[in-house]
Design a protein around this ligand. Sequence first.
Ligand code: SAM
Length: 359
Amino acid sequence: MRRTEILDWLREERPGELCRLWKTANRVRRENVGSGVHLRGLIEFSNRCRRSCSYCGIRSPNRKIARYRMCADEIQDCAGAAVRRGFGTVVLQSGEDPELSAEWMADLILGIKAETKLSVTLSLGERTKEELALWRRAGADRYLLRFETSNPRLYKRFHPSLPGRDSDRLALLAVLRTLGYETGSGILVGLPGQTHADLARDIDLFGRLDLDMIGLGPYIPHPDTPLGKSWKECCAPPDRQVPNTEEMTYKVLALARLICPRANIPVTTAVATLNRSAGFELGLSRGANVIMPNVTPMTYRRMYAIYPGKACAFENHDSAGEKLRYRIQNEGRFVGRGRGDSPNYAHRTRSKAVREAVL
Ligand code: SAM
């Protein structure tokens, strides 16, 4: 799909045409990744962060939240809970925690791998090539690192670099790829100043990066962040600014499915936060095939407040789990079995092996 066509879809508002987009994305999802919905147990194990991303509630300068880092035993318990609930993957997510030692993390991955058959996804922010390599050797399977926006001016404005270290997420994604991780990235939809042309470039980039996983969600203003206090003033003129709405997020999700047919694409918590009663269903019927139920203990979950009103922050995960299965089946879908590896990754590694054998 050409970028101009993506742009036309982003500006499309006619219900009949949008219905055509949803149906096409749903068909492409079914033909390429099937009807299983893979559940990933999300463990938000540390909200400590050295970064100052201007929209994020766990940014380092925010003194209004209590900070925590779960110990290895607590994290292992959560992994055990994920197994008991039938999940094939755990996602270990944290702020960019400066005191998270590479060795501690490697031991944790080794421990989870020794005790379970879970696939391990990491989402720990920007780390060195050596750390990423160590964790891959310890058994980590996947890494999620959103590039957030492909507009360099906007990226710089909202993501101050650490002193002496440029933030280059695209370069890190290339490193993750060479280390053999299933590689995931994604964006925020409706960042103040983000135009439709920016967003079309983001979606086009999903395809050029040949992503195995794509995570995206609406920007949700957090009142205790600089951007949350002034986001309206930072917006582009109304005809150019991408709205941070549910509908715009589904458009991006559906287009991501068309551009990367074999990628694993979740309906994220941010989408469910905008529409608690039907966000999962709408996302699943418009291109998504993954949901990431939160298995973090309640006390910590509330402190991982990247934006206000996060769906899952006050729900007991056991009853939420039952309900979730029911909601998935109600959509004519079923809970995927096993690890739910990315068909895109399998396809790419197979093609590479064939190419090498021929050479
Ligand atoms: N530290 C890791 C990293 O930087 O990739 C993972 C944690 S970070 C909090 C996870 C994601 O939360 C970010 O990639 C960002 O897109 C999202 N996020 C942060 N603040 C948000 C907000 N106010 N609204 C919506 N999403 C937000």
